[in-house]
Design a protein around this ligand. Structure first.
Ligand SMILES: *Cc1c(COP(=O)(O)O)cnc(C)c1O
Length: 462
């Protein structure tokens, strides 16, 4: 691809905000495996899911056939506050690297929650409101999802109960206060307010909590309180669907400004931003209309795609959620304590897992000091202080651009810049002090996590 003349920041107009989400499942020849009821090992039906999730979101979760789903006007109205998000030509990064590659990034950090998570939070809050519910419950680790959901609930006047992993609650008071400012009730997890919390605290007094435990508490509160449902910020099909707004806008901007990507790169924790960014491009690939090199980037310390097993596992430590077939490290897997860069979920979106398994995309694992090096390079030339999670994608984009420098190839690379890193300065501090270390789990370390994967008749469930 030869040099194109595009503006530094490429914006769509307000009228060009997508009117539909794109459901990539409609174009998948092999669909992702269904969620299973852990008791019966039968696929979860809408009726099974109804006590936990909002009705319309269940319909979206189970819809493998409708390619385009209309974005309700109320959600598009909210999107107008911070969308369309810019597609940015990384001119300054290209110069610093001296690469012939063309690098672009889709920036999702331009809202108060600081990440792409608001795209799905507002949709989930809208459907809860439409169903006449009082409120929603959720968990949050570092706090991005809880913040996004608090903003969305404030907008629609919904009650928002957030279980925040205790160690984050104590160490990240600022995110907690943002959530409270938007009206959310934030409880450190595990707590004495739920049965599962009490049980965990009794068994492990002084525990600082985990995401899996916070999920279990949030689900319990949703199920026990009339008028409440549980919502989740990643992994699920519905979340990928909402996040497809990122990819729809990116594709529209590529068409408007004459950009033809060769490669699309995104960080992968639960897979929602990557799934959303690549959706329309993956659709073309699945339909045989175009080809793209699609790359998931994960931390070497939490390597679900590159070293996990593709089997059924629980999404949560408490084993209250359905079983999902996904690349997993085991629901008891906990990344090493020195891992500071986010993306610490043990599993991966079932949709992306299937696409990866079928060879439609590849994955790379990167080490955290190299991620923060990339983040620093990027911040110094492009100005934006990236979230550690997003910086995994920056690392891979820089690596690919440097390969182009060696070969002289003028590849066009698009990556997802999912958010900003202002609340991650403790991690940056470690990097700046030179005390950040890398940790790559050994096969023995991984075996401990794999041991928690459920089996039926002595075999993994596939
Ligand atoms: C939550 C988060 C991620 C990872 O989540 P995915 O579901 O894998 O997209 C990435 N970047 C930022 C800034 C986040 O907040």
């Amino acid at each position: 691809m030869s040099k194109v003349n595009v503006p530094y920041k490429m914006y769509l107009t307000e009228a060009e905000i997508p009117k539909t989400w794109y459901n990539v499942r409609a174009d998948m020849k092999t669909k992702q495996a269904p969620l299973l009821n852990p008791g019966t090992l039968e696929p979860m039906t809408a009726a099974d899911l109804a006590p936990v999730f909002c009705d319309e979101l269940i319909a979206q979760e189970l819809d493998n056939d409708t390619p385009f789903i209309e974005i309700p006007t109320e959600i598009r109205d909210f999107y107008k506050m911070y969308r369309p998000s810019p597609l940015i030509h990384a001119e300054y990064l290209e110069k610093v690297l001296g690469t012939p590659a063309h690098i672009y990034y889709k920036f999702e950090g331009n809202n108060t929650s600081g990440s792409h998570k608001l795209n799905s939070a507002i949709a989930q809050a809208y459907y809860a409101k439409k169903q006449g519910l009082k409120g929603v419950t959720t968990e949050t680790g570092a706090g991005q999802w809880g913040t996004a959901l608090s903003m969305a609930c404030a907008y629609f006047g919904l009650d928002c109960k957030v279980f925040m992993v205790k160690v984050s609650y104590e160490q990240k008071p600022f995110r907690r206060e943002v959530m409270r400012t938007y009206g959310a009730e934030v409880t450190p997890s595990p707590s004495m307010t739920t049965d599962i919390g009490k049980k965990i605290l009794l068994a492990h007094p002084g525990t600082t909590g985990s995401l899996g435990c916070a999920i279990s508490e949030a689900v319990e509160v949703a199920v026990k309180n009339p008028g409440y449902r549980y919502v989740l910020g990643s992994v699920l099909n519905q979340v990928l669907l909402h996040q497809s707004v990122i990819g729809m806008e990116t594709k529209a901007a590529c068409e408007k400004f004459g950009i033809k990507p060769d490669m699309i790169i995104g960080c992968a924790g639960g897979g929602s931003n990557l799934g959303g960014l690549i959706s329309p491009f993956m659709g073309e690939k699945l339909r045989g209309e175009a080809d793209y090199d699609i790359v998931a980037v994960e931390p070497a310390s939490c390597p679900s795609f590159t070293r996990g097993k593709y089997v059924y596992d629980f999404c949560d430590t408490g084993m209250v959620c359905p079983l999902a077939k996904m690349y997993t490290l085991g629901h008891d897997f906990i990344p090493s304590a020195n891992h500071a860069g986010g993306l610490r979920f043990h599993g991966m979106s079932p949709v992306l897992s299937q696409l990866y398994h079928d060879g439609y995309m590849r994955a790379v694992a990167v080490e955290q000091t190299s991620v923060f090096e990339a983040a620093t390079t990027f911040a110094r030339c492009e100005g934006i202080l990236p979230a550690p999670e997003s910086s995994h994608a920056i690392r891979a984009a820089i690596d690919e651009a440097m390969k182009c420098k060696e070969t002289g190839e003028e590849k066009t690379i698009i990556f997802g810049l999912t958010g900003t890193g202002y609340f991650d300065m403790v991690a940056y501090e470690k990097f700046n002090d030179g005390t950040m270390t890398d940790f790559i789990p050994t096969d023995e370390d991984l075996a401990q996590g794999f041991a928690s994967i459920p089996k039926a008749n002595g075999e993994y469930i596939v």
